[in-house]
Design a protein around this ligand. Structure first.
Ligand SMILES: [Zn+2]
Length: 288
């Protein structure tokens, strides 16, 4: 049994305790249910299992506080199945903010027909990578966050189709009708961090949808060797660079995400933020 399986099993056990009907979080159960304490201590002695359980029990909070005290670093951790927030260092996470390229998967889903291929010629195509990404399809365009690919795609998406897609994922549509806003440039498509995380967990839950599969493949490639390569193999990830902050969203593990992590670092790019996200993810996975 891997650590997340153990964690989910244990969470199910804790959650099934119905004699504490007003208690919704495992951490609260731990405080109000003394019979669980020996169980909790035992699990703290079993390495990675304890690490993830500790997150639920609230014990990881002080460690995360100590390791990531910088006010410029904000993060949210969510249970990918229940979509409950487990950890929050994010004032007003329901307040919409520009999230850069984190919008790109939802723009892609609004495109009709098959996903196009495109030749990115760099600056002259409007891409941030001056030398260009060359010929690429959707998965690679997502993994390397090619702006030229998505600017081209954005120009061919109907406004009604984009509105239908955003409604399905319960996120707002762009506030400006420009291709730049549709790919997350500047501040034309603000989304609340909580809503964005829930949209990504919903995306991951639709892996059987043939239109979603290439998107998830792109997010896996982003974590493995793309713009979020600091995260590494085994997770899904996407970076975004907004005017004042970098963002990285991680779904872990890749094949059946149990947690979603969103990290924002003020003054950084998305790829730089991925390095901080990797450290936070490691702390959650290992308890160190
Ligand atoms: Zn490009």
């Amino acid at each position: 049994m891997d650590s997340y399986s153990a964690h989910t099993t244990i969470y199910g056990y804790v959650d099934s305790i119905t004699k504490y009907p007003d208690v919704r979080h495992a951490g609260d159960v731990a405080r109000f249910a003394p019979p669980l304490l020996p169980f909790r201590i035992m699990l703290h002695c079993t390495g990675s299992i304890a690490a993830v359980l500790a997150l639920w029990m609230g014990d990881l909070s002080p460690l995360l506080d100590r390791r990531f005290p910088e006010p410029s670093v904000q993060f949210l951790v969510m249970d990918a199945n229940t979509r409950d927030v487990i950890e929050s260092r994010w004032p007003r996470p329901e307040e919409p903010v520009p999230v850069g390229s984190l919008v790109k998967p939802f723009l892609a889903l609004a495109c009709s027909g098959g996903y196009p291929e495109f030749d990115c010629k760099g600056s002259q195509s409007g891409c941030w990578l001056a030398r260009g990404h060359g010929h690429l399809g959707l998965s690679h365009a997502l993994a390397f966050s090619c702006n030229a690919y998505f600017l081209n795609l954005a120009r061919h998406v109907e406004r009604e189709a984009l509105a239908a897609t955003t409604a399905k994922f319960d996120i707002p549509a762009p506030v400006r009708e420009t291709a730049q806003a549709r790919i997350g440039l500047r501040d034309g498509w603000p989304i609340a961090p909580l809503a964005l995380m829930r949209a990504y967990t919903q995306l991951a839950s639709r892996r059987g949808d043939p239109r979603v599969a290439p998107i998830l493949a792109g997010l896996a490639l982003a974590a493995r060797s793309g713009s979020a390569s600091a995260i590494g193999n085994g997770a899904l990830a996407k970076t975004g660079t907004a005017p004042d902050s970098g963002y990285t969203l991680v779904l872990d593990p890749a094949d059946a995400p149990r947690i979603a992590l969103l990290v924002r670092v003020r003054g950084h790019t998305g790829s730089e933020t991925a390095r901080t996200a990797a450290r936070i993810l490691s702390t959650i996975r290992t308890g160190r």
